[in-house]
Design a binder for this molecule. Structure first.
Ligand SMILES: [Zn+2]
Ligand SMILES: [Zn+2]
Length: 266
């Protein structure tokens, strides 16, 4: 399985603009070894990377939750797919996430209500696929299963399997016993993808907003197998360097920082 964290900040001469390593928006691209996918987990920057034909090669999208850093460019990705003749475009999400996006994004105010629009052949432009809270579901040839997360809105993480390997995407989440129960139930897990949003000095903010700090991550990893690969993303841009230094200082060989644009073989 291959995994790529999509870039979401651009080079700029503007004073105060973030360094290109900064990652304000979240989208992961997953491709199965057996040719399944590519699939996107979240669409923070999915609709701003590449031209329409390149974007439309991403077969389907799975959303962890409704927060804007995870859905910001979903409308642009859908439009890219539609321009390539791909109606209906399928997006997988839990019922609460679908309801939030119907009410607040695809509502003919913030953006077009694609779901109630059809193309010349009468096909709906957007089709929601509801994620079951238990049991497997299939996304463009990848087998997925949802797991709980501890965040401020309904949020799901995912175990993704390509027939060879399984990887667990934990999503935005504070300390999460449900995650470690899912890890314990899957001894052969190739990696877990976790977040670390805030520095340790902002532990209260992290806990209040359903996120981790390096210290909270270290406490979480006490539940993790000694040989589990731990890939970290979702560092808030303003604290990125501070969080990265603190992660390094943990001296935990399991931890790797995911770098935007770099493909990781799992
Ligand atoms: Zn969130
Ligand atoms: Zn987020």
């Amino acid at each position: 399985m291959k995994l790529r964290l999509l870039p979401s900040s651009l080079e700029s001469e503007l004073p105060g603009s973030p360094a290109p390593r900064a990652q304000p928006l979240t989208s992961f691209i997953v491709t199965g070894t057996d040719g399944a996918g590519p699939v996107a987990i979240d669409a923070g920057s999915l609709g701003m990377v590449g031209d329409a034909a390149a974007m439309a090669r991403v077969e389907e999208v799975v959303l962890t939750h409704s927060h804007i850093d995870h859905v910001a460019t979903l409308p642009m990705w859908i439009e890219a797919c539609l321009s390539e003749g791909r109606a209906p475009v399928r997006v997988h999400a839990a019922r609460e996430t679908v309801e939030a996006l119907r009410a607040h994004l695809f509502n003919d105010v913030l953006y077009a209500d694609f779901e109630s629009m059809t193309d010349a052949e009468g096909r709906a432009l957007l089709e929601w696929a509801l994620i079951p809270s238990e049991g497997p579901f299939s996304v463009a040839g990848l087998r997925m299963e949802s797991i709980p997360a501890a965040h401020t809105v309904p949020t799901r993480g995912f175990v993704v399997e390509d027939g060879e390997r399984a990887v667990l995407f934990a999503a935005d989440s504070g300390p999460n016993p449900g995650l470690w129960a899912a890890v314990a139930a899957r001894p052969g897990l190739a990696a877990v993808v976790l977040e670390t949003s805030f520095p340790d000095a902002m532990g209260d903010v992290a806990l209040g907003s359903g996120h981790l700090t390096p210290g909270l991550l270290a406490a979480e990893l006490r539940h993790a197998p000694a040989d589990l690969r731990v890939l970290v993303a979702h560092l808030k841009p303003a604290y990125r360097d501070e969080v990265a230094r603190a992660l390094e200082a943990l001296e935990d060989p399991r931890i790797e920082l995911l770098r935007p644009g770099v493909e990781v073989e799992l």
